[in-house]
Each structure stands twice: as C-alpha cells, then as structure tokens.
Design a protein around this ligand. Sequence first.
Ligand code: AMP
Ligand code: ZN
Length: 468
Amino acid sequence: MSIQFYNTISRRKEAFKVIDQNKVRMYTCGPTVYDFAHIGNYRTFMFEDLLRRYLEFRGYEVVQAMNLTDVDDNTIRRSRERGISLTELTDEFKAAFHADLKTLNIQPAHLYPEATRFVAEMIQMVQNLQDQGYAYQTEDGSVYFNIAKYGQYGKLAHLNPDEMVSGERVTEDSYEKEGARDFALWKGYKAEDGDVHWESPWGKGRPGWHIECSVMSTELLGKHFDIHCGGVDNIFPHHENELAQSVCATGEEFVNYWLHSEYLLVDNKKMSKSLNNFYTLRDLLEQGYPAEAIRWMLITTHYRQKLNFSVGRLEESQKAVNRLREFRNKLTKYVGNGSDDASDRIRIARDQFTVAMDDDLNISGGLAAIFELVRWGNRSMDQGELSVEGAKSIIITIERFDHVLGVLDMDSGLDHQVDEAFIEEKIAQRKAARANKDFAAGDTIRDELAALGIELIDTPDGTKWKAG
Ligand code: AMP
Ligand code: ZN
C-alpha cells in the first residue's frame, strides 16, 4: 500500500506519488517574524516536521523550504511601533524562531528563504502577470490580480462563486473568504511604510504577502513540486492566491498535495495573538514544562483534528515520553538469558506502525503499535524470555520509530531558561556589596552568574546582563 494524504484541494485522501522519483519537494509556509511564535504556530510547524520525518522513515529524500516572512503588513507596523528598523525587528525574531525549533527538536528545513531577498524576482512575476493580462495597475502605483481572469480561482478553498467579487479590491494581506476580491500583488508606497520600499516599474512600493511565497517556492523548488503545507487559516486567502499567481505566471501545475493542519485551541478558541490567549514556548519552559512534553502534546493528536491546550495534557504527555525512555533504558541494561529474539513482535510493530501512518499520518494508530511493543517487551524482560540480542533489536526498532517522533534524546530545554527575576536580584545584591566596598562579595556574585552562562556588563546606566 502506498501512503495516502488528505489533499485539501480534492477534499479526499489520495495515494501519494512523487514527481521526481524518490525526492519529495515540500514547501512549508513559515512564520511572520514580528514577534515570538506561539505554540499554536508550533503545532503547524510540528505537523510539518512529523510529515517530513515520516517521509524520511519511508525512505524518501525530502527537500524542505520554509520561508520567513520578513516584510508584510504586520512586520512593518510592529517595527514602526517599536521605533526600530524592519531588519532590527525581524533579525531578533528570526533568531528566536531558530532557537525554538532547536528546543522543540524540529528538524531544520534545508532552505530558509527570506522574502526581502527575493524582491527582484517578485517584481518579475508581477510584471509577467501584468503582461499576460492577469493583473492591472491602479492609480496609487499598486498592482492587483484580477480574479475573474483565472477560471479556477476558488478551487482550493472551495469558494462559492457568490463570494467572489472581481473588480473590487482588497489591499490587506489577510481577509475573510466572504471578502474574496482582486488582491494586491504589489503595494504602492504609503507614508506608513516608512523606509520600507523598493523601486519597481510601478514606482516605489513593496510586495504583497502572497506573491512572496509563489516566488520563493518556485525559485527554490521548481514550478511544479510535491507538497505545500500550512495551518488551515492559510488555505484562504494565502494559498488560494499563491495557487492563482503561480499557475498563471508559469502556465504549469503548481503543487500536487496541499496539506493543512488544524488549530491548537485554548478554551475552544483558536490560540492567536489577536485573542491574546497564547503561550510562547518560553512561557511554558519558564513554568517548568519540559520541551519533550510540549512536543509530544503537539504531535500526538491527528493533525486534522482540533486540539485543546491544557496543562493536564502536558502532564500526560510527559508520562508517555518517560515510559518510552524508561523502556529503552531497561532494554539497554537487560541481561536476561531468554531465547526470544523478538523478531516476530518487531515485524508486527513495524507493519502496524507503517499501515497506520501511511493512512494520512494516523498517529494514534502508530502510537498504539509502539506501545504494544513496549508492553510486550516489558513482559518478556520481566519473565526473562527475551534474549539480549532481542533487546538490542528492539532498541534499534524503537530508535527507528523515534526518527518520526523525535522525543527520546531531546533536551528538556529547562536548563537554558534564565530566570530573569533571579538575575536581577543578584545584580541588586552585587550593587549593594560594591556600595559597601565589599568588592570580593561583588566578584563572587559575578562569578556565580558566569557559571550559569550569564555575563554582566557594567554601563553608565547600570549593570546589564547577557545570556551566553
Ligand atoms: P503566522 O506567523 O501568523 O504566519 O503563522 C505561522 C503558521 O502558524 C501558519 O501556518 C498558521 O496557519 C499557523 N497557526 C497560527 N495559529 C495557529 C493555531 N492556533 N494552531 C495551529 N496553527 C496555527
Ligand atoms: Zn506562505
């Protein structure tokens, strides 16, 4: 049996066939780097990680590109609010994003294209669409995609023709389905864009959000590639618009499989910045929840089901990870002299895991197969039936499964969390010691913090600190 994926565009499960032999090309819409990502965002990135890891488990070579949206309505607005340049803002959150991916043991993408580095190619694609009559310029130096010119518009999001009003325009990057209109490919310069602008055939301006992903995906993965992912809120308008732009610009098919993950909820509402009901990874680590519990919680509900965040779920998740880790430890130390080499059990577990996961990443079925092996293995060790060779084979099998789960060896992330209040308190104690001319005590505090990787910097405005 082949892998089946639920394809958003057809609304059904389809057998997975790769365009280029064994090499899967996959584009995953990345974060808008204007703030810390919240764990709702990470649910989507974690689903994409699971997908890639499973394809690798099945022997495919995967090339993954994940863009970083470093210029759009949100990034410009936030940099102006904070009174810093766009680059200063986005550099800060690009770094935070990469650090979080590492903590969550999300495999790094092969390519992280940044929108601001592809503006020339974006201008070319917009020009191409205009030359072919798919786009038109407006008086303010913007260019819009004319949705009436593309007969398939609405196919991905299954738009009702009544919901589409061509000839009317929407300027914002994000809008609701009911507001399907001609959308901005290129945005003519406005005062609120500050110093964020590029020269173009239509005057000074900047790209719209949707064209960014059309350009970066086709530049890096080719005009026609295998998989495109995001959260369900990306289906409309972002992916609908990407699809229209790409197909019209290249005249070729764009993507074979569109996969979208459902939301992480809080009290049955989407976790989001705008509802202010979100947790960042840092928030949870500071509260003492290890990264592996967060990872487990986010990957073990099927990606097309909504998942309610709860502390209880995190605690359950930790127990599940511990069970797996303890099982491996027990196997490692096993010295019994039974004769069962576990080969039958291993084959059953591998088959069941693969059958389940082949079915659109049915993770519950996959986990059931793993924990069945854990139960059997524990019993077999307790009764001394397992051979030492059998224990070794089970370890190899569990580690193969863990290529998909990615939890056995991950770091909890807790040691790296700096308790800011503690540091501030130490800085205050050092200041008091120095004021009393007790420089030795002051130095002891400095050394104590240095041992924790915290460097103190004395400035005319007081002592600042930096985590090394
Ligand atoms: P953004 O940085 O807003 O572009 O979002 C990055 C990714 O996170 C997108 O693929 C969104 O679909 C996804 N996302 C946003 N909120 C949630 C949520 N509550 N649950 C799951 N995915 C989300
Ligand atoms: Zn995108």
